[in-house]
Design a binder for this molecule. Structure first.
Ligand code: NAD
Length: 482
């Protein structure tokens, strides 16, 4: 990033070189509405250059290195991210609005992904197939080639770790299109990777608008695999582009995840975790526990305690490290406010519901933690992803009703089950349609090692964990007559 006068300028990083574009767009500070940087507005031309750079180094160098050689480079990238921890966490907090301590965790997790995939790629073996005495059959796991990565604004540094690290570990070369709302850490981490010894062109970053750089990357004929994280709507467009070119794609999309609290749950453990899961990143987390299903026996107790805790949460700019930072854009805040306004006719508003109208917070895109009660499962407030600090409480009676309500949305990303009854927990785990189910916890420490992904409108394919490596390889079967 370079400073031009007062303003910072963020270029693309293609083939190891900063690339300025004729047109730029403004990157805005969500805490104040002021411009943080002028960002390169990449388009088809820059995507063409980036794909060509990735292809070149893929063929000549990176895919030809041994897993151990690639792992060494990845470990150096992890080390470099850690060495730049304070710079990166401040950048991420400023750009996304998230509280500094959450940005700190994101940077640590980003580094852990590079470490994890460095370690695990050396244990990624093929198989031998016992076909017959006369034919020796084995399988090879090969990289796809050039991989395209389109990420959202809510966890940029974590997304880079979870998507770019396994792609590089398995020998692919990458082109990343960060979200226009939060592109800073993407370019910086790619620069650090270059300095850490990653060959030029193995990790290119082209900032730009979704319908320009994003669409150009998704439809590029030189891209061999697409990894998309974002909304269901754009996920569909990316899948259509992948279908046109017949390339594999992983789509990690939205969610409306339930936390299910039974009357026999340890409420002292459940309630703080439930509050944290929606306060984190101001509820702008795909796996946020935004539906709270509470068994009738403890309904009032749970609702009142959550309301009490919501009222005590602090709101402020990310760098001040409050409990809840601003939403990412004015557009996002208006959307949340509108859905909450409509929700007043569908359920009972208990706490929150009004954006700060005066004082310093009125300049930024803040929205307070908001709690609805007596939410009816098939109303819009229980069905639509709000992507803000909003929880709707849905009372229920017994296991069967809980499972029915949990599955009664078009999403299927994550769920939490809170009970002391082990049998009930495992029965629910089987019933729930979701990619991840947590019992008596929610989220589990960043989840680097835990395969993650959805079903239904939450998408398909798995990232994170060892599974994440497999997705960035294709299988070749070899039969040799002896
Ligand atoms: P979005 O779909 O609007 O944007 C995501 C990315 O797609 C951005 O980089 C954007 O520029 C790009 N894009 C936009 N239009 C495009 C097009 N026509 N072609 C190609 N790319 C295009 O999503 P968002 O608003 O940035 O993020 C919020 C959504 O992401 C929520 O629905 C959330 O649940 C989801 N999300 C899911 C996960 C997950 O892992 N499942 C993680 C984080 C966010």
């Amino acid at each position: 990033m370079t400073a031009t006068g007062e303003r910072l300028r963020l270029d693309a990083l293609i083939g190891g070189e900063p690339v300025a574009t004729v047109e730029t767009f403004e990157n805005v500070d969500p805490a104040t509405g002021e411009t943080l940087a002028e960002v390169a507005r990449g388009g088809r031309e820059e995507i063409d250059q980036a794909v060509a750079a990735a292809r070149d180094v893929f063929e000549k160098d990176w895919s030809r290195r041994s897993p151990a050689e690639r792992a060494n480079v990845l470990q150096r990238i992890a080390e470099s991210i850690r060495n730049h921890q304070s710079e990166l966490e401040e950048m991420e907090s400023l750009d996304t609005g998230k509280p500094l301590s959450q940005a700190r965790t994101d940077i640590e997790i980003s580094a852990r992904y590079f470490d994890f995939y460095a370690r695990t790629v050396e244990a990624l073996y093929g198989d031998t197939v016992p076909l017959s005495e006369n034919v020796f059959v084995y399988t090879l796991r090969e990289p796809h080639g050039v991989t395209g990565h389109i990420i959202p604004w809510n966890y940029p540094a974590q997304m880079i770790g979870r998507s770019i690290a396994p792609a590089l570990a398995t020998g692919n070369c990458c082109v990343l299109k960060p979200a226009e709302e939060a592109p800073l850490s993407s370019v910086r981490i790619a620069q650090l990777a270059l300095e850490a010894g990653l060959p030029a062109g193995a990790f290119n970053v082209v900032p730009g608008l979704g319908e320009e750089a994003g669409a150009a990357l998704a439809s590029h004929k030189g891209v061999d695999h697409l990894s998309f994280t974002g909304s269901t709507e754009v996920g569909r467009l990316v899948l259509k582009a992948a279908a046109e070119n017949i390339v594999p794609a992983t789509v990690e999309l939205g969610g409306k995840s339930p936390n299910i609290v039974f009357a026999d749950a340890d409420l002292e453990k459940a309630i703080p975790t439930i509050v944290r899961s929606i306060a984190q990143n101001a509820g702008q987390t795909c796996s946020a526990g935004s539906r709270l299903l509470v068994e009738r026996g403890v309904h009032a107790e749970v609702r009142d305690e959550i309301a009490r805790r919501f009222e005590g949460l602090t709101l402020g700019p990310g760098l001040d490290d409050p409990d809840v930072g601003p939403l990412i854009t004015e557009k996002q805040r208006s959307r949340v406010a509108e859905l909450v306004e409509q929700g007043r006719d569908q359920a009972r508003l208990i706490v929150g519901g009004e954006a700060p109208a005066n004082g310093p917070l009125a300049r930024g895109f803040f929205f307070p933690p908001t709690l609805f009660d007596d939410v009816v499962p098939d109303t819009p407030i229980a069905q639509q992803e709000i992507f803000g600090p909003v929880i709707g409480v849905i009372p229920f009676n017994g296991e069967d009703e809980a499972a029915g309500i949990a599955n009664a949305t078009s999403y299927g990303l994550v769920a939490g089950v809170w009970t002391r009854d082990v049998g009930k927990a495992h029965r629910l785990v089987r019933e729930i349609q979701a990619g991840q189910v947590f019992v008596n916890t929610y989220g589990a420490g960043g989840g680097v090692e835990l395969p993650f992904g959805g079903r239904k409108l939450s998408g398909f394919g798995r990232e994170k964990g060892f599974e994440g490596l497999l997705g960035f390889t294709r299988l070749k079967t070899v039969a040799v007559a002896l």
